[in-house]
Design a protein around this ligand. Structure first.
Ligand code: SAM
Ligand code: SF4
Length: 335
C-alpha cells in the first residue's frame, strides 16, 4: 500500500504515533531478575551512544516535523545518563513543547527530583515491585528499597504528579506483594500500575505458564478491596484502571500479554544508539544515527522515521505459535 502524503507517523492500520519513548542509556545500577542477569550485560560502547546534541536533534525532528506530543525518557536507567537535567531543559524548550515524563528505578532520585522538575520534567513513573526490603534485594539484587521510597516522596514533593508506580509480579518472588504495594501507594497518594511480565528479559527466561496474569492480579486485589471500573475512557493508554473502594485512589493493570492493546498503540521508540523501532517486539529497526552522522538533513531523517512507522505490524504476536523474542532485551530498547 503506498503511503499517503502525511507528515505524521501513520501506519497501514490507521494508527498515528504521537508518543515517543527514548532510551537514554542501556546501563543500569539494579539487576532486576526479570530484566537482566546478575553480572549485567555488555553495555553499548560509548561511541555508539547518541551524544546529547544528536539525541536532542532527533527529539526536535519528532516534535517539529512528525507530530510527536509526548516524550518519555527511559533506559536502562535514565538517571545514569550524564547531563540528564540539561537534556530535559533542552527538550522542554522545543516548540511545540512536548509533555515530558520519565520512567526510572528511583535510585538517586531523592537528590535530583527538584532539579529535574525545575528543568521542566512533568511526570515520573518509578518502578517498585515490593515494599519489603528482603524481597527487594531478591528481585533487584541490590539493597536499595529505602532509596526508591525516598525518591518517590521527592518526586511528589517536587510536584511531578500524579506520581505513578510500576510493578511487575513474579511467581515465587513477589506474588504476595500486590496488596501491600497497593496499600502503600494509596497511603502515599501514588498511582499503582501492575505490568504483566513480558518476554523481553536478556536471559530469555520468560515462561507463559509461570507468569502472573492480569486476571490473577485482580483476583488478589479483589480479596481485599472493592474495585470498580474507572469511568474515564481508556483511549490509547495501555492501563485498564479501577477505582479502589469507591475512590479517589485507583489501580491499573497493563495486560500486554493477555489483553493486548496493540490496536490502539500510539508509540514510536528511539534506542540509545539511535535506532527507531515501531514496536517493543519488532526486530525491524532503522539506524538514524548513521544517517545523522553521514550528514542527512532533518527532512531525510523525518522521512526515514515515517517509513519505519508505516511498516508497523498489527500486533506483537506474543500469543502466536511462531512468536520469537526480539533480539534486543528491554533494557537496550527502552521500557
Ligand atoms: N530502569 C528503569 C526502571 O526500571 O523503571 C527504566 C527502564 S525499565 C526496562 C522500564 C520498565 O520495564 C520497568 O517498570 C520494569 O519493571 C519494566 N520491565 C522490565 N523488564 C520487564 C519484563 N520482562 N516484563 C515487563 N516489564 C518489564
Ligand atoms: Fe534496571 Fe529497570 Fe531493568 Fe530493573 S527493570 S534491571 S531497574 S533497567
Amino acid at each position: 500500500m503506498p503511503r499517503p502524503e502525511n507528515p505524521q507517523l501513520i501506519d497501514t492500520f490507521g494508527r498515528v504515533a504521537t508518543d515517543l519513548r527514548v532510551s537514554l542509556t542501556d546501563r543500569c545500577n539494579l539487576r532486576c531478575t526479570y530484566c537482566m542477569p546478575a553480572e549485567g550485560l555488555d553495555w553499548m560502547p560509548g561511541e555508539q551512544v547518541l551524544s546529547d546534541d544528536e539525541l536532542v536533534r532527533l527529539m526536535r525532528i519528532a516534535v517539529e516535523q512528525l507530530g510527536v506530543t509526548d516524550i518519555r525518557l527511559t533506559g536502562g536507567e535514565p538517571l545514569l545518563r550524564p547531563g540528564l537535567e540539561d537534556i530535559v531543559a533542552r527538550v522542554t524548550a522545543l516548540s511545540p513543547r512536548p509533555r515530558l515524563s520519565m520512567t526510572t528505578n528511583g535510585i538517586g532520585l531523592a537528590k535530583r527530583a527538584a532539579g529535574l522538575a525545575a528543568a521542566g520534567l512533568n511526570r515520573i513513573n518509578v518502578s517498585l515491585d515490593t515494599v519489603d526490603p528482603e524481597t527487594f534485594l531478591k528481585i533487584t539484587r541490590r539493597d536499595r528499597l529505602s532509596h526508591v521510597v525516598a525518591g518517590l516522596a521527592a518526586a511528589r514533593d517536587a510536584g511531578m504528579t500524579p506520581v505513578k508506580v510500576n510493578a511487575v509480579l513474579i511467581r515465587g518472588l513477589n506474588e504476595t506483594e500486590a496488596v501491600p504495594l497497593l496499600k502503600f501507594c494509596l497511603a502515599e497518594g501514588y498511582h499503582l500500575r501492575f505490568i504483566e511480565q513480558m518476554p523481553l528479559d536478556a536471559q530469555h527466561g520468560w515462561n507463559r505458564g509461570e507468569m502472573i496474569t492480569a486476571a490473577g492480579i485482580l483476583e488478589m486485589l479483589e480479596a481485599e478491596f472493592t474495585l470498580t471500573p474507572f469511568p474515564a475512557a481508556r483511549g490509547g493508554a495501555p492501563a485498564e484502571r479501577w477505582l479502589v473502594d469507591g475512590g479517589p485512589g485507583d489501580v491499573g493493570v497493563i495486560a500486554s500479554v493477555t489483553r493486548p492493546f496493540c490496536a490502539a498503540c500510539e508509540r514510536t521508540r528511539l534506542t540509545a544508539d539511535g535506532a527507531v523501532r515501531s514496536c517493543l517486539f519488532s526486530n525491524d529497526e532503522t539506524d538514524l544515527r548513521s544517517l545523522a552522522r553521514a550528514g542527512a538533513r532533518d527532512e531525510e531523517i523525518a522521512d526515514a522515521w515515517r517509513a519505519t512507522m508505516w511498516g508497523k505490524l498489527a500486533g506483537h504476536e506474543i500469543n502466536d505459535a511462531g512468536f520469537a523474542q526480539p533480539i534486543r532485551p528491554m533494557s537496550a530498547i527502552g521500557g
